[in-house]
Design a protein around this ligand. Structure first.
Ligand code: ADP
Ligand code: MG
Ligand code: ZN
Length: 558
């Protein structure tokens, strides 16, 4: 049978060889054993069920969360002369009926369905009468509340799967946290499952993070180095997408936008134009990209901080699918965190906790001064320990110097305490810098301020220091008012029993090697190795105790 699979790969799809793990998965599925497939975006998950679908005689059902994604896949399969159809609400009555007739006549190899459609009684009835060999659940992480993209209707797939006890089930996802994997396996009741995990290390992606100073200039500088190349620029909001698109148009770039505020027609028009190379650049919100299959995307820019590390990874994963080098640039500013926190604060309970954890993992990635691949791969449960990956800003930049910031941290913390823990970092920084701002007088802090005990750092540096204190759990932020509160560790630091090491001084811009390799600019935080170790241990402890996923980096200890 595996021989047949190889021939199908060549003769139907026209590919010379399997990508890593494809053959193993297909072999396993052809033996009618369930499988969970974890591969990065672009890794080639679809073939893992498409080839068995062609080797087996019966029908393969593919559940897919997005209608646009389904449509693309069906169209692609038809280009290969494969009999694939979809059933969903966008079809006319006629087309719907036509597809049902084809299915009934046994002329269909792959049937794509949205979970809602699958749950409909008439679909269930239709499927009961058919010979179903494979039940594939694409984007299977949507099943898990621990994933970044939970969809309640996906959870019900478990019931449906019970109706086809003889079909092989295969779950596919690019989300590799162990917790999500367990959830998928349990929910789908996978039997004799093997979990196939492909490496998440995309070695051809150059990963870089820059402080966001003047984002437009930074984007323009980057684009100048990527003239005529295809790329995606992700923004946080529709408004930002529109603004940036306009700015780039003014600069004569070939650019279109994509977000949920545009009409369906406009969206698909812009997407098509990008895929066909009629335009170089697409500026988009997160709405763009699922299922986009363009091999030569040469760059992905995050104009704003992504929502979490998984979306980030998925989004950069859209670059360089042809295996050639692609560049991924994130612009990062602390004010972006506040936007994300705002959304997190709208959530409640478990959901809120999970979102907080996702954010913390992302911050840990951003602020690490080690190879970017270490925290990134670690998040996905892989250990990665190179001397130098040579494909990230931290590996090609100069080594960073750590400073002892304990004294500054003490100044800051004592100021927090002396202003009754009622204020945010800006106000504290102003006091330390001896500012005469109105707000300072208003709150009677002018006396504190006159000393100007913190003129050695700029306002920006003080805010950076505050961020380090927050991340390292010396401070916490009041979720409602944003004011800074001291934590036990902060008190210890004030008493001189703990230290803060890090970096607040600017580093000169490193031009790096080759035009496309602009190293990140200054101001990465450098964790004190010891502290880092402590956090790591604490994290393990907490993970054991509370049954939380091991990627929780900075648990909230309050
Ligand atoms: P995923 O679902 O994992 O994100 P896809 O299944 O959409 O990835 O595949 C990504 C791209 O890789 C597609 O263009 C697909 O045709 C191509 N591809 C998959 N397997 C192979 C292979 N063995 N050889 C060459 N190209 C492949
Ligand atoms: Mg896919
Ligand atoms: Zn590196």
């Amino acid at each position: 049978m595996i021989q047949q699979a190889r021939e199908t790969l060549k003769n139907v799809f026209g590919f010379k060889e399997f990508r890593p793990l494809q053959e193993e998965v297909i072999d396993h599925v052809l033996e009618r054993k369930d499988a969970l497939v974890v591969m990065p975006t672009g890794g080639g998950k679809s073939l893992c069920y498409q080839i068995p679908a062609l080797v087996f005689d019966g029908l393969t059902i593919v559940v897919s969360p997005l209608i646009s994604l389904m449509k693309d896949q069906v169209e692609q399969l038809r280009e290969y002369d494969i009999s694939a159809v979809q059933l969903n609400s966008t079809l006319s009555r006629q087309d719907y009926q036509h597809n049902i007739d084809l299915i009934k006549r046994g002329e269909v190899s792959l049937l794509y369905l949205a979970p809602e459609t699958l749950m409909m009684p008439r679909t269930k009835k239709l499927l009961e009468s058919l010979d179903i060999d494979v039940f594939a659940i694409d984007e299977a992480h949507c099943i898990s509340e621990w994933g970044h993209d939970f969809r309640p209707e996906y959870r019900k797939l478990a019931e449906v799967r019970k109706n086809f006890p003889d079909a092989v089930a295969i779950g596919l996802t690019a989300t590799a946290t162990p917790r999500v994997q367990e959830d998928i396996k349990a929910t789908l009741e996978l039997k004799e499952t093997e979990t196939f995990i492909a490496s998440f290390n995309r070695t051809n992606l150059f990963v870089e993070i820059q402080d966001k100073h003047r984002p437009l200039d930074q984007v323009l500088t980057f684009l100048e180095q990527h003239e005529d190349q295809s790329g995606i620029i992700y923004c946080f909001s529709r408004k930002q997408v529109d603004e940036l698109t306009q700015e780039l148009e003014i600069e004569n770039f070939s650019v279109r936008s994509y977000h949920a505020g545009l009409s369906e027609r406009q969206r698909s028009k812009n997407q098509e134009a990008f895929i066909r190379d009629d335009v170089d650049i697409i500026v988009a919100t997160v709405a763009f990209g699922m299922g986009i299959n363009k091999p030569d995307v040469r760059f992905v820019i995050h104009h704003d901080m992504p929502q979490n590390i998984e979306s980030y990874y998925q989004q950069i994963g859209r670059a360089g699918r042809d295996g050639l080098q692609a560049n991924c640039l994130m612009l990062f500013s602390y004010s972006d965190i506040n936007k994300i926190r705002y959304f997190i604060n709208q959530k409640q309970g478990q959901e809120k906790k999970i979102a907080e954890r996702h954010l913390n993992a992302l911050l840990q990635f951003i602020e690490s001064n080690k190879c970017r691949r270490i925290p990134l791969m670690e998040y996905f449960g892989e250990t990665y320990s190179p001397d130098n990956c040579d494909m990230c800003d931290n590996c090609i930049g100069e080594p960073k110097q750590v400073q002892d910031l304990t004294v500054q941290a003490q100044k800051f913390l004592s100021c927090v305490v002396r202003t009754d823990q009622y204020f945010g970092a800006t106000h504290i920084a102003n006091i330390l810098r001896g500012s005469e701002a109105k707000k300072i007088k208003e709150h009677g802090h002018d006396e504190l301020s006159t000393h100007g005990i913190g003129r050695e750092l700029s306002k920006k540096q003080w805010k950076r220091l505050a961020q380090q204190l927050l991340i390292q759990n010396f401070l916490k932020r009041d979720p409602e008012y944003g004011s800074l509160k001291i934590k036990q560790a902060g008190i210890e630091l004030l008493k001189g029993r703990k230290t803060l090491h890090g970096k607040v001084k600017s580093r000169k811009k490193n031009t790096g090697r080759g035009a496309s390799r602009t190293a990140a600019s200054a101001n990465k935080i450098d964790y004190d190795e010891v502290l880092f170790q402590q956090l790591r241990e604490k994290r393990k402890e907490l993970a054991d105790e509370a049954d939380v996923p091991p990627y929780v980096i900075f648990p909230d200890t309050t």
